[in-house]
Design a protein around this ligand. Structure first.
Ligand code: NAG
Ligand code: NAG
Ligand code: NAG
Length: 209
């Protein structure tokens, strides 16, 4: 029953998707805009005035807790990060490009912020693309005013304190600390919500979140 409900939702979602994208933009329109974007270096912060910082709004959604190892204090989570920022260089006048409302650009061809997790056990980057296809098919979405949205799903292990005194009713508070290698006058993070978004969190057999 639940499965049917989910499937229905997906179908409805894709109908809406098709609808909102039936604009009169042609292949040429999209190619022209893509060409314009390619002339902008992906290595330069998307600010007209390079002394301005980029504010990155972060929404973290916890998909599930895969495991928690009490002995080592290692928490394994599947999390989705949605990053929003404003790009001052990648915007366009919709009427010049067949009313194209959204442009997708592969991450290797555009500027994205690098985010790291301070208390990650093995790797520290949130971006765990493990092959070229993965990287090539991951996009940043821009609207015509230059609002950028980038979503990345990540499975990572974080180190947390292990306090098992009240086992099996133990409670752990775990922090996932995001940081960037850039200086704070270049990039600043801002959480969209005060807490991790957990509406879609799957419960774990051993742990309730
Ligand atoms: C860039 O921004 C800085 C700080 O706001 C300002 O002092 C500087 O004059 C700006 N430069 C230009 C070229 O607008
Ligand atoms: C966008 O382009 C159209 C047609 O070239 C022009 O009339 C309009 O003023 C432009 N809008 C902006 C915000 O530049
Ligand atoms: C682009 O997205 C931003 C933020 O959601 C919004 O304020 C802006 O109106 C959007 N621009 C267009 C042209 O839809």
């Amino acid at each position: 029953m639940l499965f049917k409900l989910k499937l229905l939702f997906v179908c409805a979602g894709s109908i809406i998707y098709l609808f909102s994208f039936s604009v009169c933009a042609t292949f040429d329109d999209v190619t022209n805009l893509e060409q314009r974007f390619k002339n902008i270096s992906p290595n330069i912060r998307p600010r007209v005035n390079q002394t301005d910082f980029v504010e990155i709004t972060v929404l973290m959604t916890l998909a599930s807790i895969k495991d928690y190892d009490e002995v080592s204090g290692t928490l394994t989570v599947v999390a989705t990060y949605v990053l929003y920022w404003h790009d001052e260089l990648r915007n366009w006048n919709q009427s010049d490009y067949g009313n194209l409302p959204i442009m997708r650009t592969p991450i290797i061809e555009t500027w994205i912020p690098k985010i790291l997790i301070r208390n990650m056990v093995s790797k520290r980057s949130v971006f765990l693309f493990d092959n070229d296809v993965d990287t090539r098919t991951t996009f940043v979405r821009y609207n015509s005013s230059g609002q950028a949205k980038f979503m990345v799903e990540s499975l990572h292990e974080c180190s947390c304190s292990a306090e098992v005194m009240y086992f099996p009713f133990d409670i752990h508070a775990c922090a996932i600390e995001l940081l960037t290698v850039e200086q704070s006058n270049e990039i600043r993070f801002r959480p969209l919500l005060k807490e991790i978004y957990m509406a879609y969190t799957q419960s774990n057999a051993e742990w309730s979140v």
